[in-house]
Structure formats: structure tokens, C-alpha cells
Design a protein around this ligand. Structure first.
Ligand SMILES: Nc1ncnc2c1ncn2[C@@H]1O[C@H](COP(=O)(O)OP(=O)(O)OP(=O)(O)O)[C@@H](O)[C@H]1O
Length: 962
């Protein structure tokens, strides 16, 4: 039918012609269409292609030789061949063409299909389906982990790494039982032995696997996260397979592609250098690791950031010329900027006193010690979910924050930026309590306010930063920032890095630029004429020590806070740095950027996306992989038992129905050309049901969906060849990873210590802060509380059983109950109250009532801790309501007939028994609720992340407290 399609159509045309002759309506049109020359040409091409498709590639060298020979014969016969024939003759005779044709023939004649033996005739009816997976070995890792089921000795595929060869082939799945490798049974072998077999095998590797019964296709939407901690899989004893782990450091942008395992996720670092994902601990796992790490420390070390003071060797005669002691100066005279006015616009915030209060009252500022331990702010969120955000044009500009070590040039860059375009960029006008000087105006140089007002604003958290200098208060208020933004300008501020966190609000959506110092050599060259303002002098030249110290301070600041930086800009040449700053700010305002999801408002959600089709602006930050040796080693919870498969008898031969597996995503050509991996799936069933289990589903490597994609025409993140060699975290041999059994790792780690780097930066003082004491008391009480929950539940049940047994059937023996129980009544009730009180307080303690809104939300959303608190509280009230009856029981028998009028036992005891029963049920239920989530403890989380006052240093005594 297909072969003769043009003949068929010709006859159709004839028929239509007849129809036209007979004046059939519409037939004219059809005739024209069918008679169109292009349609005929198309059909001829189609037929040619059909013939070509059916051809198997054959050698063409003999054909080419024949052709050359014929041309030669023509020439020898004295005929003159055409110019084309002569050209063709020359081409065919050239050595390059000969070599090319010879290569073609050798490729065309080779058979690349696996040679599989025929299926035997004597296969049992109930033969289980097995899958034969054939992989061509190369240097790529398989991207799968195996582990042994201790009960059956079976080797199972434990995990398939997203984007790895196994994942892309779609032939191996978690839970598949590996039966044979290269024809050798592997059941009962040690996983290491299996790996040895793989290492020593040559060419192709043939796996025989029994697929897991129900294959769950994991088509999870990727989630994007910013790492807030460092992680090193090789130093983590709890990771199931260190070789499959992926190291990351703070600030790295991660694309989490698989969260199906609650403890170990699979992720890639962005911008994607490799297609293969690696294992990373889940957020809850990392959180508990950090918590354990915190508790492991023998004594909570309180750390403060050492202020970045440039060396002030003011006695150095070299500085004598430049030195100007401030004590001799009137403050207002001193409080001058180099040039306050540009085109009639005042540059607020560059006054010297304003800049100096930071340095002098550094340790006094409330915000100065938010990070008591380097990870305290990240304890509650080791990952920060991010999404792409593009500022809608009608919205306020994003706040631009410049951060840098003192003296690196933050003020200089900010000033130049504002001078460059004062109608676009502006700084907030600071507040001060100092008196207004001559020629000054409130709201221009400063907002001049009273001390009371300033303090009132402090109490109301209106300041981003504030402090004191020479008896006067200075600060930058959020209102001043709002003022600038509301005027439609871009607000550019410079703050200390610990002030970034409070500025991360939905309204401001700050973009943080870290101004980094170049190396000492470049500093020396570029800062030859630069001048410093220090505590004791103005316009002092940089010294050699300044350069070293500045570079070091800049490096340490970056290491500590890099997870907050959106961009890192090296202030080398001033002009270049200024231009770069301009363009970076432009991009921040106009192009999509990754921002934490908590900064999104409801309307932003509509325009935001976690898509991948946008260039990542993180290179400066994310590409830096510091070898900060903060290790993470914690116990690993027991893994659920691996899936068990009943092994059935396997035939030793297999069907020949095999086909070449396509390389996913249409990269077949790539694979063929590169001579890289091919995977061949063959599923064998019984003879009657021979079926090739073709692998049809190849997941999109990035799993991007339509709504992931930003409509802007952005260049996509570079996607590398599916077969590009993975770097770093992958094993260099084509082999399977062994996933060790997850078991409790008792060893606690010495290398949980912070890095040397951080230790240098920190100034540790062996002192217990109030938080340390609070946490330890809280932890001790929690242990008592946990014990009390269980004990109370058991005791309440025992109590009610005793009461019911003594009361007899239908409560017929109540006098007996009173006789027997009255001695027990007091101790039993006291114990019940004690346990109830402890349990109630302990349950409430987890809810963190200090944060009322959170606690209320917990109650409303039936959070386990909140629910348990509620149940205990009701139980406590109910048992207190029966206090009187308990007293009466204790006093039984009594001469006082008003207490126990004859015949009143049932009337008095029945409600008491019912209430006891209800109390027993309530505490039992509360205990059950608590035990579902024994780890919930919001108070502990709150304590861990709370801000702690800075440690008072000796030299601070000189300063007046702010
Ligand atoms: N790239 C550069 N090349 C040459 N000189 C520079 C450069 N950047 C800054 N400077 C100069 O270095 C000196 C210190 O810069 P600046 O006052 O801006 O530092 P800073 O980071 O704001 O310090 P502080 O926070 O302590 O005020 C100034 O004299 C400034 O002109």
C-alpha cells in the first residue's frame, strides 16, 4: 500500500478528472490539489525514504570503486567524460574519501546488538519476569546504590541517583533485585564482591534483575533551596553512601530533585555543572544533626565577632602628618562630609560621626551579636527555599544593601553611585540626637530628634542600626528607607552584615552585595592615595598592616555571611567597581533573581516561579566551595527493611529479543557518535509471552514543567550533554555504589568542631550565657517530662482498673471500695496531681507560649504538642474538680454523718469514678499524641535561634553604653 501510494493517488486524480467532466461540485478544487507538482514531489520523497528506511547499511566502498572504474573505462575508450564525472573521479580517488568510506563500511558491517542465547523450551509456566539490562562500561558511574538484605542475602538496588546513567536509562529502579551480573549469580554475596565483579568486567555489563512489583515513577517537581550550612558527605558517618553524597557550602543554590526519602534527598548544585544528582541530608535530618552538634559541645562557647578594626598605630611617626586628634575638635565641625551637595541634592548619611559610631560603639549595639554561634541562625532552617522573583515595574524598588569590611570602600562606592545618578539612587537620611549645627536642616543631613523620641523609636524597633558616638545617638530608621523607596528611587544602604537578617522583609526584598577586598598586592597598588577614617584620626594613609588585615577581615566576613549575599563584587579598580555595581543593581531590579520564598507576598506568588529557564545570577557566590571543615555526623535512624522478593528459579538462557535502548531525550545520536553508554532492556517472560519491556519513559532531566518557566526570553541554564562526565562527587569508575546498612552510628565526632577559619574569626569565651543555662534546664526538664507522660498514662490506667475492680460489678460493692481505697486515696491523688502538673507544664513548655501567635496557631491547627497540652490541662482541671470527693474518701469511715450520710456512697462515688475514667482516657490520649512526635519542641528551637547579648569585653568599659 505504502509502496504504491503515488500510483494510487494518480488513479485518484484520474477518477477526480472524470468527476470534473461530469460537473461534480468541489471536485475541481480537489483535482487541482491532487495534481499539484509539489504534492507529487513530496510523495516521491516519501517513497524514497521508505525504501531507504528498510535498507540495512551496506558497504559503499566497492560501489565507489566500481564508479571510478567505469569513469576510467570511459576515458580509456577515448570518450571525453563530463566535468562532473571528472570531478567525481578525483574525489573518489582521494585518500581522505577512501578512508572515510572505509570507516563507514566497517561501522555499517558491525553488529552492535547484544547476542543473546535463545529461550529454552522447558520454562515453567509461572516464570517470573526478569529484566536484562545491558550497559556499555565506561568511566561514568552507574548512578545507583546497592545494598544487601540481611535476611535473604539478596542484593537490591537501594537508590537511583537522579540524572545518573541508571536514571537516564530508566532500566534500574530502587527495590529491583539484582540476580546476576555478567551471568554470575550475586545472591548472598557481599556488596563489595559485586562491585569487584563490576570493576573487573570488560566491555558490556549484563545485569539480570527482578523488577520491583510496583514501580513508582518519581516525577517530583524540583525545589530550589539555598544552603545555610556547609556539608561534607565524606565526614558524615550517617550517610548511607558517602561516595554518592554531594558536598555543599553555605550560600550554594541547590536544585532538590528528589525528596521521596524523608532523610536523604537528591540534589544538584546550580548552576548545573553535572546532570547527576548527589545525596544530601534532608532539612529535618540536618537540623537534628545541628542540634546534636550543639549538645555535643562540652560547654556552649559564647562567641562574638571580633570587630574589624584596621590597625591603628597612631603613635607611628609616619602618620604624624595626617593625624588629627578628635578630642581637640568640636564635634559639629568634625561632622562634615567631603562634599555634601551634588546638583543641589544632599548626600545624607556620609557624615563622619555617623560613620564613626559604628566602629566605636560596635560592641554596644543590640544587634551586634545576633550570631552567638556561627550556625545559630541556621539551626532552625539549614536550607532556605528560594524561587525566582522579578520585580513588577509598578512595585517599589528592591532595597540595595552593601556590606563589606571596614575600609574596603563601601562608603566610597555608595557615594559615587549616588553622585552618578542622584535622581535614581539615594541613601536614607539618618536620625541623630545631636544638636543641629549652623546651616543644617532637619531631614536633610539628619533627622534631628530628641533623645526620648530616639529611644521610643528604638523600643518600637524602628531602627535598622543605631548606636552612640560621643554622647549622641545615631541610627538608620526603616521609615527613612521607606521614604526613599516611596519616592520611586533605589535606596542604597550600607550596614553591618548582622543587620541583614532583620532587613529581609517582604516589603524590602533586599538585594545584598558584598564588597570584597582584592588581594594585598592590588590593595597596595590601588589604595596608594586612599585615606582612612579611624577612631582617633581622619585621613590617615593605609599602612602595610591595614592591607593584610583588610584582606583577612574581608575573607572572614565572606566566609561567615556568604549565604546572605546575592552578589560578590571585588573593589579593585574604583572606576570598574563602580560600573559593575551599577550594572549589578540594574539587574537586581530588572531581572529575575533567586530570593527566599518567605519574602514572597501573595501577589508575588503569581509571578514567581522556581523555574530553570533563567540564567542564575549566583555564580560569584555559588561557585565558591570553601573547604570549611564543619562536619556533620549523627546517628542514623533504622532504615525500613528493604523490599523482599521471593526468588524463583531462573533459566540460564535468555531470549534473543533484544533491542538497543534509546538514549533518553533524543540523544541517541550523541551516544552513537561518542561511543558512549547504551543500555539494552530485555524482559523475559515465559516462552509464550515473549515481550520486550521497552523503556519508554525517560524523565525530563530537570523535570521542568510549564509553569516553571518564566516567560521572559532568558537564556537557559546551560544544560550539558546527558553523558558529560560528572565531576567531584561521582566515583571515577563505572561501578555501583554500595549503600551501607543504615544503623545507629554510635561514634560521635571530633570533627564536629567549627573550622579553624571560623575559630580564628571568633573570639571564644568559655562562659555560660543565659541561653545556655535555659537550654540545659529546659532539656533536663524535658527528660523528666517525657518520663512523666508515660508514667502518668500507666498510673492513671492502673488507678481506674483498681477502682473498678474494688467497686464490683454494677458498683454493687462501693462500701468495699471505700474500705480498701481510703488509705490509698491521698497518696494516689497526690501522685496523680504531681504527674499531671509536670506533664501539663512539660507539654505547654514544648509549645513555646512565649510566642503567643505561634502557640495559638498550634492549638488551632491541632499540632501534637498543642493538642497534648490541651488534653493535659483538661485532665488537670477535671481531677481538681474531684478534690473534695478524694478528701471524703480519705476520711471514710467517719463519725461525722454529714460527710457520709448512710446510703449516699453511690451518689458521691459515681461522678468521682466517671471523672477518674475520663482523666485516665485523656492522659492516655495525650501520651499517645506526644509519642507520635516526641521530637517536637518549639521552645528549644526558639532558644537556639534567639539572639543573645554580646559578651562584654574588657576594653568596652571605656565606652558609654548605648
Ligand atoms: N577601589 C578603590 N581604589 C582606591 N581607593 C579606594 C577604593 N575604594 C575605596 N578607596 C578609598 O579607600 C578609603 C576608604 O574607603 P571608605 O571610606 O569607602 O571605606 P569604608 O568601607 O566605607 O570604611 P568604613 O566602613 O570604615 O567607613 C577612601 O579613601 C576611599 O576613597
Amino acid at each position: 500500500m505504502e509502496d504504491g501510494i503515488s500510483e494510487v493517488l494518480s488513479s485518484v486524480v484520474d477518477d477526480v478528472s472524470h468527476a470534473v467532466n461530469r460537473n461534480v461540485g468541489g471536485a475541481q478544487l480537489l483535482q487541482e490539489l491532487l495534481g499539484a507538482p509539489w504534492l507529487h514531489a513530496l510523495l516521491q520523497m516519501y517513497e524514497c525514504l521508505l525504501q531507504f528506511k528498510n535498507l540495512t547499511p551496506g558497504p559503499i566502498l566497492p560501489y565507489a570503486s566500481g564508479l571510478s572504474h567505469e569513469i576510467m573505462t570511459v576515458i580509456q575508450k577515448g570518450h571525453r567524460p563530463s566535468a562532473e564525472a571528472r570531478e567525481l573521479y578525483g574525489l573518489l580517488g582521494s585518500p581522505h574519501m577512501q578512508a572515510l568510506l572505509s570507516s563507514h563500511d566497517s561501522v555499517a558491517q558491525s553488529d552492535y546488538g547484544p547476542v543473546l542465547p535463545p529461550l529454552p523450551d522447558d520454562l515453567p509456566e509461572d516464570e517470573e519476569a526478569v529484566r536484562i539490562v545491558c550497559l556499555v562500561k565506561n568511566n561514568q558511574p552507574l548512578g545507583a546504590t546497592i545494598r544487601r538484605d540481611e535476611d535473604t542475602g539478596g542484593i537490591y538496588i537501594a537508590r537511583v541517583i537522579h540524572g545518573g546513567l541508571a536514571d537516564r536509562s530508566g532500566l534500574l529502579h530502587p527495590g529491583d533485585l539484582v540476580v546476576e551480573v555478567n551471568g554470575h549469580p550475586v545472591g548472598g554475596l557481599d556488596p563489595e564482591q559485586v562491585i569487584q565483579m563490576l570493576i573487573h568486567s570488560q566491555g558490556t555489563i549484563l545485569f539480570k534483575v527482578i523488577p520491583k512489583a510496583a514501580q513508582s515513577s518519581s516525577s517530583q517537581k524540583p525545589v530550589y533551596m539555598r544552603a545555610m550550612v556547609d556539608y561534607f558527605p565524606q565526614q558524615d558517618s550517617s550517610i548511607p553512601c558517602p561516595d554518592a553524597g554531594m558536598a555543599f557550602s553555605r550560600g550554594d543554590l541547590l536544585e532538590v530533585v528528589d525528596q521521596s526519602d524523608g532523610q536523604w534527598w537528591q540534589a544538584r548544585k546550580l548552576p548545573c555543572a553535572v546532570s547527576c544528582a548527589g545525596l544530601i541530608p534532608s532539612a529535618s535530618m540536618l537540623k537534628s544533626k545541628h542540634r546534636e552538634q550543639w549538645w555535643c559541645e562540652p560547654l556552649q562557647v559564647h562567641t562574638c565577632i571580633r570587630p574589624l578594626t584596621l590597625s591603628v598605630n597612631e603613635d607611628d611617626p609616619a602618620h604624624a602628618d595626617n593625624k588629627r586628634t578628635l578630642t581637640d575638635l568640636e564635634e559639629i565641625n568634625f561632622d562634615e562630609a567631603d562634599s555634601d551637595v551634588t546638583d543641589g541634592i544632599y548626600l545624607a548619611g556620609f557624615r563622619r560621626t555617623f560613620r564613626l559610631w559604628r566602629r566605636t560603639s560596635y560592641r554596644k549595639r543590640r544587634q551586634s551579636c545576633t550570631s552567638c554561634s556561627p550556625s545559630s541562625s541556621t539551626l532552625s532552617s539549614p536550607y532556605e527555599e528560594v524561587a525566582l522573583y522579578q520585580r513588577p515595574p509598578q512595585e517599589n524598588h528592591r532595597l540595595i544593601i552593601l556590606v563589606g569590611a571596614s575600609g574596603v570602600g563601601v562608603s566610597e562606592l555608595r557615594k559615587r553611585l549616588i553622585k552618578l545618578n542622584p535622581s535614581t539612587f539615594q541613601g536614607p537620611v539618618p536620625h541623630t540626637t545631636r544638636p543641629m549645627g549652623a546651616g543644617e536642616q532637619t531631614g536633610r543631613e539628619y533627622h534631628f530628634v530628641t533623645k526620648e523620641l530616639f529611644e521610643y523609636m528604638v523600643c518600637n524597633h524602628r531602627f535598622v542600626e543605631y548606636g552612640e558616638y560621643r554622647g549622641h545617638l545615631y541610627g538608620t530608621s526603616t521609615d527613612a528607607i521607606d521614604d526613599v523607596l516611596k519616592r520611586g528611587r533605589m535606596c542604597v544602604i550600607d550596614v553591618e552584615p548582622h543587620s541583614i537578617q532583620p532587613l529581609r522583609t517582604r516589603k524590602l526584598k533586599p538585594y545584598v552585595i558584598f564588597i570584597k577586598a582584592p588581594g594585598p598586592e592590588r590593595l597596595r597598588q590601588t589604595r596608594r592615595h586612599a585615606r582612612l577614617i579611624t577612631n582617633c584620626s581622619v585621613n590617615r594613609a593605609f599602612t602595610e598592616d591595614d592591607f593584610v588585615e583588610l584582606e583577612e577581615a574581608s575573607r572572614l566576613m565572606e566566609a561567615k555571611y556568604k549565604h546572605f549575599f546575592d552578589c560578590v563584587l571585588v573593589n579593585d579598580d574604583l572606576q570598574d567597581a563602580c560600573m559593575q555595581l551599577c550594572s549589578v543593581i540594574q539587574q537586581a531590579q530588572e531581572e529575575p533573581q533567586w530570593i527566599p520564598c518567605f519574602l514572597f507576598t501573595a501577589t508575588d506568588q503569581l509571578s514567581c516561579t522556581g523555574g530553570v529557564e533563567v540564567e542564575v545570577e549566583m555564580e560569584d557566590v555559588t561557585n565558591k566551595c570553601r573547604s570549611d571543615s564543619r562536619d556533620l555526623l549523627t546517628p542514623e535512624p533504622q532504615d525500613p527493611a528493604p523490599q523482599k522478593k521471593k526468588k524463583k528459579k531462573k533459566a540460564s538462557t535468555i531470549d534473543q529479543e533484544a533491542e538497543h535502548g534509546d538514549v533518553p531525550n533524543g540523544d541517541t545520536a550523541d551516544a552513537a557518535v561518542d561511543g558512549e553508554d547504551t543500555a539494552v532492556p530485555v524482559t523475559r517472560k515465559t516462552k509464550r509471552k515473549r515481550k520486550v519491556k521497552a523503556t519508554e519513559h525517560y524523565s525530563d532531566d530537570l523535570g521542568a514543567e510549564d509553569d516553571d518557566i518564566i516567560t521572559d526570553a532568558q537564556s537557559p541554564i546551560p544544560q550539558h550533554s546527558l553523558f558529560s562526565a560528572p565531576h567531584g562527587h561521582s566515583q571515577p569508575v563505572g561501578r555501583v555504589f554500595v549503600e551501607r546498612n543504615r544503623r545507629f552510628q554510635a561514634e560521635r565526632v571530633e570533627h564536629l568542631r567549627h573550622s579553624e577559619l571560623m575559630d580564628d574569626y571568633m573570639d571564644p569565651r568559655q562562659i555560660w550565657t543565659t541561653r545556655d543555662v535555659a537550654m540545659r534546664v529546659h532539656s533536663g526538664f524535658r527528660v523528666i517530662g517525657l518520663f512523666s507522660h508515660g508514667f502518668l498514662a500507666g498510673y492513671a490506667v492502673w488507678n481506674i482498673i483498681v477502682v473498678y475492680v474494688l467497686a464490683g460489678e454494677q458498683m454493687t460493692t462501693l462500701p468495699n471500695l471505700l474500705q480498701q481505697y481510703h488509705l490509698l486515696a491521698y497518696p494516689a491523688q497526690s501522685l496523680l496531681y504531681l504527674l499531671l502538673a509536670i506533664s501539663t507544664v512539660s507539654a505547654f513548655d514544648r509549645v513555646n507560649l512565649a510566642k503567643a501567635s505561634m502557640a495559638l496557631r498550634g492549638f488551632l491547627s491541632l499540632d501534637p504538642a498543642a493538642l497534648a497540652s490541651f488534653l493535659y490541662f483538661i485532665a488537670l482541671i477535671l481531677s481538681l474538680s474531684q478534690q473534695m470527693t478524694s478528701d471524703r474518701i480519705n476520711l471514710y469511715p467517719t463519725a461525722n454523718e454529714t460527710l457520709w450520710p448512710p446510703g449516699s456512697e453511690e451518689q458521691i462515688l459515681r461522678p468521682w469514678i466517671v471523672v477518674n475514667l475520663v482523666v485516665a482516657l485523656l492522659v492516655g490520649l495525650a501520651w499517645a499524641v506526644v509519642s507520635t512526635r516526641p521530637d517536637i519542641d518549639y521552645t528549644e528551637e526558639f532558644l537556639m535561634t534567639m539572639e543573645v547579648e554580646g559578651y562584654p569585653r574588657g576594653d568596652e568599659n571605656m565606652d558609654v553604653p548605648a
